[in-house]
Design a protein around this ligand. Structure first.
Ligand code: PLP
Length: 364
């Protein structure tokens, strides 16, 4: 059965992108591959607003999120935590045997620049992790304010996850002085899962060169050496790289500013409709994500029933809350290839489905 995904990743993939993947294979050490790899670098650098290389990893985002820590954390990492994915990054650091401090904010609150400044000022850290857009709570932190604080600590390598904000809003790596930015293929890039992108500053590479236990698969020095030859360290998922090339063509044809404006407009359209039904946004006011909306279930509806109706009668799916927010919030993605027309269809379906959705049963 086929239905359309409005969950915040993976999201719907266009026929054009799917067709781009269905091309004959080429050898990953061939001149054809080098031409493919090199042809997408300028667009990737433009989208990250950087002169640094953008490495392509055949893994989900967690691969390079863990890898970045294994490369640059030799002293202690400050993990800024305000939701499921940023909380887990602290767990991942500890599992890698790193010294790590959990700087916790309530779910739905943004990462507080002042709290980051206070902690980094102790001098205990050589790196920091921040998730720009906490997908679990639909909370977008203020990357410009955070980067201003990070620039006060040039010895601390900044690792920023933009998994669900890349190409949704501008994140100007070089101007902001960020060392490492990470993203994944299945969010706003509207590709199938399986590819991660990581762009790395010279300073971070120099730090990485000192690490004795950075492993092989996510070794940034290996990525850099191969990048210089237009290749990846190991055999990549070439089909996904074809898809990436196709998607970059789409983004450049639309124009990046138009893309940002489209995401902001569609985000607000969904928000206005759901507000009209009496729901409120979950994250702190002013910090709602532009890629998705996470609404508090203030009308206490049965979100499982809502999704059943949406799936069976309208062939689409939204998200009924992540982790401990299951049943308490619902998330609707507007990222990727959505248009005014597809969001209008979504709203029509939601309107009809909400009218039939019962209240949630009282807790036992
Ligand atoms: C903000 C954020 N970071 C990291 C991840 C992990 O990505 P992956 O499952 O592709 O490794 C996700 C997944 O939803 C995410 O939303």
């Amino acid at each position: 059965m086929s239905y359309k995904l409005f969950i915040p990743g993976p999201i719907a993939v266009s026929d054009k992108t799917l067709r781009a993947m269905a091309q004959p294979m080429i050898g990953h050490r061939s001149t054809d591959f080098v031409a493919l790899y090199n042809s997408i670098q300028p667009d990737l650098q433009a989208l990250f607003y950087t002169k640094d290389p953008v490495y392509i990893s055949t893994s989900s985002a967690w691969g390079v999120m863990e890898g970045a820590l294994r490369n640059v954390c030799q002293k202690k990492v400050l993990n800024c935590m305000n939701g499921a994915f940023s909380d887990k990054w602290n767990d991942v650091a500890l599992r890698c045997g790193k010294q790590a401090t959990a700087l916790k904010a309530e779910w739905g609150q943004p990462v507080d620049p002042e709290a980051v400044r206070k902690e980094l000022a102790t001098g205990a850290y050589d790196c920091v992790t921040i998730i720009h857009n906490e997908t679990s709570t639909g909370t977008m932190s203020d990357i410009n304010a955070l980067a201003a604080v990070l620039r006060e600590f040039p010895d601390v390598i900044s690792i920023i996850d933009t998994v669900s904000s890349f190409t949704v809003v501008p994140i100007k790596k070089d101007e902001l002085g960020i060392d490492i930015i990470i993203t994944g293929s299945q969010k706003a890039l509207a590709m199938p899962p399986g590819l991660a992108l990581i762009t790395v500053s010279k300073k971070a590479l120099e730090r990485s060169a000192l690490a004795k236990d950075r492993g092989y698969y996510f070794d940034l020095i290996e990525f850099q050496k191969n990048h210089e030859n237009g290749m990846t360290p190991s055999t990549p998922c070439i089909a996904l790289i074809y898809a990436l090339k196709s998607k970059l063509e789409d983004i450049m044809a639309e124009g990046i500013e138009n893309r940002y404006a489209r995401h902001a407009r569609l985000n607000k359209t969904v928000q206005d409709f759901i507000f009209s039904k009496g729901f409120k946004l979950f994250p702190k006011e002013g910090y709602g994500s532009v890629a998705l909306n996470c609404f508090a279930n203030t009308q206490n509806i049965d979100l499982g029933a809502l999704n059943k109706i949406l799936k069976s009668e309208h062939k689409l799916v939204i998200d009924g809350g992540y982790g401990k927010l299951k049943g308490k919030t619902f998330r609707i993605s507007n990222m990727g290839d959505e248009t005014d027309a597809t969001i209008a269809e979504l709203i029509k379906a939601l309107d009809a489905a909400l009218a039939k959705t019962p209240k949630a049963a009282p807790a036992a």
